[in-house]
Design a protein around this ligand. Structure first.
Ligand code: NAD
Length: 480
């Protein structure tokens, strides 16, 4: 896609593309070389209001659509996405800077998330309850909340759009999505696809633009009843405050500084593989990447040797070459933060065992040792291919260190001792924990989310039935 041979791609409101009131547009850049990738309409509070109004109007009829219809539209959407996988893989490479393996993984996950949402449609149910009063029939049912604001990040734009739109639509709500300003095209194309799958006009709307400027107009819109946000902790907390003020339901999926503990009795090859996969997928731009690795001292020298050997071989080539693992960092702002973290660590005495340098917009996978608490990379999310490896005495020290974080999203441990694994799983303060598997993993039906500064609430098919519907208690008095 180039800027010369096309008009700006419009917002998706009420089943069609539309321009902004003043005709404002912005350019989306390909992160590989910062060349223009697309020109997109730039929204304001005006377009946001139009989108919310369209979603609200659509909700009045959409909430009454039959389970058969919703199942059919979701099944169609999954089938169309699977058929057009190559197109979305291309978008994920050129707009989001994904490697082909990450783009294929993400597209496959998106299909599976939509398929899993089909199963939600018939799970939206209630209970019959006993009553204190003779003859009273007492029951509960679930009602969709209404217009759901779906706010998505740049790193996994299709995974988040597919899961959050599909789950909201499955449970009878309608959606206004605000995608990252770096990846609006993927969101707009996905909304078109949902329309092609049969979802009525207005069921899903997308407004493109700068979230920092227009996000509040979505979150605080009186017709928005629920907000599901994925992004940085700082923006998430701001949204949480706005939602608390207006008493709106909110789910937050935020940042992480995820620990991986490796004990002496771990299978070294598995631990190395898990530490590589768990850290460097999408060049470390993953909320669940294992950016803190705590290795017990007996296995530390061997681990460092094997790990740095594997890391230094990670491919930094053509994004369409399956051997490439490390792609570009999305924007100048993110690149600057990664550079600052590496520089700060170096200045304060950390060792760069491997990496630390850049090739264009790509940061070579970087392993740091001798990292101390006063370094930015120790506690803050770097969101790039930079990992700190620490030596610990035993599981106890590893646990204390792992829990010494304001975040608590994902975590992992490699050990062949059942008791150590279980102790870790119980004591670690995180929403998710994986034994002998990488911290980077997700499935449609699991409760995905974190504690502390990593989030509020969970997402997933079961969790979203709870999050996206309101329970109503109903009684009917009969004669006894
Ligand atoms: P970001 O917070 O900069 O932006 C996320 C989204 O929020 C974007 O769509 C942006 O337009 C929007 N936004 C910005 N200001 C807003 C406001 N005032 N009101 C409403 N929306 C606003 O995050 P990012 O840089 O796109 O993504 C990276 C972050 O996302 C990392 O911290 C990462 O850990 C986190 N993340 C978390 C998960 C998870 O599931 N926990 C998954 C992916 C990414």
């Amino acid at each position: 896609m180039t800027t010369d041979d096309q008009q700006a791609l419009g917002h998706w409101i009420n089943g069609e593309h539309c321009t902004s009131a003043g005709g404002a547009t912005f350019t989306v850049f390909n992160p590989s070389d910062d060349s223009p990738f697309s020109v997109v309409a730039e929204g304001s509070a005006v377009e946001m209001d139009l989108a919310v109004q369209a979603a609200h109007d659509a909700f009045q009829t959409y909430r009454h659509t039959s389970v058969n219809e919703r199942e059919r539209w979701l099944a169609n959407a999954a089938a169309i996405l699977e058929e057009r996988k190559a197109e979305f893989v291309d978008l994920l490479i050129d707009e989001a800077g994904s490697t082909i393996s990450k783009a294929q993984f993400e597209t496959g996950k998106a299909v599976s998330f939509i398929r899993a949402a089909i199963g939600m449609v018939r799970q939206v149910s209630g209970k019959t309850l006993p009553s204190d009063y003779p003859g009273r029939i007492s029951l509960t049912w679930r009602e969709p909340r209404g217009v759901v604001a779906v706010i998505t990040p740049f790193n996994v734009p299709l995974i988040k759009a597919s899961r959050l739109c599909a789950n909201a639509l499955a449970t009878g709500s309608t959606v206004v999505m605000l995608p990252s300003e770096h990846t609006p095209v993927i969101a707009l194309k996905f909304a078109e696809l949902l329309s092609e799958a049969g979802f009525p006009d207005g069921a899903v709307n997308v407004v493109a633009g700068d979230g920092y400027t227009i996000g509040d107009s979505l979150v605080t819109h009186p017709l928005v009843r629920s907000v599901t946000f994925t992004g940085s902790t700082v923006v998430g907390k701001h949204i949480q405050q706005l939602c608390a003020r207006d008493n709106k339901h909110v789910t937050l999926e935020l940042g992480g500084k995820n620990p991986l503990v490796i004990l002496n009795d771990a299978t070294l090859s598995d631990a190395v593989q898990g530490a590589v996969r768990g850290m460097f997928m999408h060049q470390g731009q993953a909320c669940i990447s294992s950016s803190r690795i705590y290795v017990q001292k007996g296995i530390y020298p061997e681990f460092i040797k094997a790990y740095t050997g594997a890391v230094s071989k990670l491919g930094v080539g053509d994004l369409r070459d399956p051997a490439t693992i490390i792609g570009p960092i999305i924007s100048d702002r993110q690149r600057e933060r990664i550079k600052r973290h590496i520089r700060d660590a170096q200045d304060k005495g950390a060792n760069i065992v491997v990496g630390g340098d850049w090739e264009g917009n790509r940061c070579r996978p970087t392993v740091l040792t001798n990292v101390t608490e006063d370094m930015e990379c120790h506690a803050e999310e770097t969101f790039g291919p930079v990992v700190s490896v620490y030596q610990v005495e035993d599981l106890d020290e590893g646990l204390v260190a792992a829990n010494n974080s304001r975040y608590g999203l994902s975590s992992a441990i490699y050990t062949n001792d059942f008791n150590s694994a279980l102790r870790y799983a119980r004591a670690i303060e995180s929403g998710m924990v994986h034994v002998n598997g990488p911290s980077v993993t997700d499935e449609a039906h699991v409760p995905f989310g974190g504690v502390g500064d990593s989030g509020f609430g969970r997402e997933g098919t079961e969790a979203d039935i709870d999050a996206l519907t309101e329970l109503k208690w109903v009684t009917m008095q009969t004669k006894t």
